[in-house]
Design a protein around this ligand. Structure first.
Ligand code: 6R9
Length: 635
């Protein structure tokens, strides 16, 4: 069993212990899991190269800590509860033993396609049990999984498949989303045309929509598992072998393939899941994220299953058939821990309290949020109306790169404050630095959030580009991991995350690089150049505001262009990146060296053009007035 903290005193004690001797601390946590061969050294690291190795020399397979270690004691307990998109369809539950059999069969199926240790497998799937099964099957045979969120476009999918060099793609015919079906196979077909490395495509039948099967390449999921042996020996892996690649956006360039390795990620997700959510055996835990994001990896699949937990997977969306769906699921499956994103809370709040009427919600013990700062109104609504003033809220701050939660209350233990992520978990040592890199010690300070010591769950590299990994995270502030977030430590030493300080915007909890969106806009034949900034949005947290230079108007006029720009971005990246507002401008505010002064555009987008600060370094100061004057009438 993973160690669990029970009291605030216990938290401070563990924190102190981890601070004075992180190696001993993490060694103790690692001992709760199953290793074939113990480590020779707990950690070997420096942040300059950077080189980060945890549990050096240890051998393991993460699926043995989930299954073999526990099958005798809780093989008949529920592992996954699956709630389909359509509430009238039967929910499914899989015990640990049943899940084990499915994982082994699919692992053998992958092997039959020639997938070996170290090979990459891409997944483009809806939230169905087979997705979790496939991740674990990859882990079983030492293949590296790379899940691509099923809302990304064919182009985004192709870029990721090619970057990862995935030779097998797992997809379903379609995916249900409320009343709609996303044609996943059709999108994947379009993507794979550009992916010469792909040898095989395994297709799950889910929506039964019409699809084309490509001869010699495509095979049905049900055919490939048919007759497979129910046991597949687990591949012996090194603690530092890769477990998965997950793409995320940065402030520049194309998305980065964040790489996580097996041993450290296992220890970190197992430990943080148990402690943050205060999970007890028998509880039903429901995280509403999609497995296409890191939250789904760490806190739907790995963290819960390593703890022998019952983890609920939901296929659908919060507003279908109506905005009471989450609460119906909580009551139906007697959910104890519920974990969602502030954007979902804000959207449900805005639809009114009538959707909570008649819902009992009395099974709930813990509420969680992740993905973006939660504003106080949303926090209070969640606390009062969903949690009925009984449930602590854990506002968990972390990132794709951190693998698991770094700053968060422990449920029911750490006193909370609305919109504060509160205190770092044991083994996590945050520092706040000013723009010159000077550490701001003590309380009541504000600056850039860095971490000064490695933790086991941190990313090890960017797939295929270690230099970019170093440059992005370890060069801004020497000897620190830089998170890209701004933070305030208040008078009580509590952390409040203020949002990104780089050119990343957080739309409905999804990270998007402004450069990525600009590149997509610039592909429009009539566009010369563009600049994208975030602006405050009541539901999404941040909305996407695009300033676009487009000297010649097409026959559709301004309105037509704005619409086609939005549609273009949707097609190139995916609907999540579609700009909310497009303003056609005569030029962009640039410095003499040609850099766009986004600070000015951010102010204009926020509707606060009164105090633009120093604009004397601009090449053409008049452009600012012209942008403000080109009043925004959006479609
Ligand atoms: C897990 C996840 C990471 C960025 C991160 C920060 C923002 C996440 C937050 C939060 C305020 C929280 N973020 N959790 N901001 N409070 N509790 O979301 O990973 O998609 O990589 O996003 O999200 O800005 O840097 P990822």
């Amino acid at each position: 069993m993973i160690n669990k903290i029970h009291t605030l005193g216990g938290y401070f004690h563990e924190y102190q212990k981890s601070y004075s001797n992180p190696e001993d601390f993490w060694e103790q946590q690692a001992e709760c899991l199953y290793w074939r061969k113990r480590w020779d050294k707990v950690i070997d690291w420096n942040f300059e190269e950077p080189r980060i190795n945890w549990f050096v020399g240890a051998k393991l397979n993460i699926t043995e800590s989930i299954f073999e270690k526990n099958l005798y004691t809780h093989g008949d307990n529920t592992a996954i509860i699956w709630e389909p998109n359509d509430a009238d369809e039967q929910a499914i539950s899989l015990t640990y033993r049943q899940l084990y059999v499915e994982v082994n069969k699919f692992a053998n199926a992958l092997k039959s396609l020639g997938v070996k240790k170290g090979d990459r497998v891409a997944l483009y799937m809806p939230m169905v049990p087979e997705l979790a099964i496939a991740l674990l099957a990859c882990a079983r045979i030492g293949a590296i999984h790379s899940v691509i969120f099923a809302g990304f476009s064919a182009q985004s999918l192709a870029d990721r498949i090619n970057d990862a060099g995935a030779k097998v793609v797992l997809v379903s015919d379609g995916g249900y989303r409320g009343s709609k079906i996303t044609p996943l196979k059709e999108i994947a077909d379009e993507a794979i045309e550009q992916c010469p490395v792909v040898e095989s495509v395994v297709v799950l039948k889910r929506t039964k929509c019409d699809i084309q099967m490509v001869g010699g390449r495509d095979i049905w999921w049900h055919d490939i598992i048919d007759g497979q042996d129910e046991y597949c020996p687990a591949e012996e892996m090194d603690a530092e072998d890769p477990l998965f690649i997950l793409y995320t956006s940065g402030s520049t360039g194309k998305p980065k393939g964040i790489l996580h390795t097996i041993g450290g990620y296992m220890v970190y997700t197992a430990y943080t899941f148990r402690n943050v959510f205060q999970y007890s055996r028998g509880d039903v835990y429901f995280c509403t994220a999609d497995i296409g994001w890191i939250t789904g990896h760490s806190y739907i699949v790995y963290g819960p299953l390593l703890n022998g937990a019952q983890t609920l997977m939901f296929e659908g969306i919060p507003t279908w058939p109506d905005a009471g769906r989450f609460w119906d699921i909580v009551d139906k499956h007697q959910v104890n821990q519920f974990y969602t994103a502030p954007t979902a809370i804000r959207s449900l709040l805005s639809l009114g309290n009538e959707y909570l009427a008649g819902k009992r919600l009395d099974s709930l013990k813990v509420l969680g949020t992740v993905g973006e700062p939660i504003n106080e109104d949303a926090w209070h609504w969640y606390h009062d109306h969903v949690g009925k003033n009984r449930c602590p809220i854990v506002d968990t701050w972390w990132q794709t790169e951190t693998g698991g939660v770094l700053i968060s209350p422990l449920a029911g233990i750490t006193p909370t404050k609305p919109s504060f992520a509160t205190l770092p978990l044991p083994g996590v040592f945050p520092v706040i630095v000013d723009n010159e890199g000077k550490e701001l010690k003590g309380n009541s300070v504000e600056g850039n959030l860095c971490i000064k010591f490695p933790w086991p769950g941190m990313a090890r590299t960017i797939w295929g580009d270690h230099d970019r990994f170093r440059d992005t995270y370890f060069t801004s502030f020497k000897n620190y991991y830089f998170t890209g977030d701004g933070v305030r430590r208040d008078e009580d030493g509590y952390y409040r995350i203020l949002g990104r300080v780089d050119d990343v915007i957080n739309v409905s909890g999804h990270r998007l690089g402004t450069a990525e969106i600009e590149n997509a806009i610039n592909e429009h034949p009539l566009v010369n150049e563009s600049a994208v900034v975030g602006y405050p949005h009541a539901i999404k947290g941040q909305g996407i505001y695009a300033f676009v230079v487009c000297p010649i108007l097409s026959t559709g006029g301004e309105e037509g262009i704005r619409k086609s720009i939005k549609e273009g971005v949707s097609k190139i990246i995916g609907p999540i990146a579609r700009p909310d507002l497009v303003q056609l401008v005569p030029g962009l505010p640039k410095t003499r060296s040609g850099k766009i002064m986004r600070r000015i555009l951010r102010k204009i987008a926020e509707g606060d053009a009164t105090n633009l600060g120093d604009i004397s370094t601009l090449l053409d100061e008049d452009i600012v007035g012209k942008i403000i004057d080109s009043a925004l009438v959006d479609v």
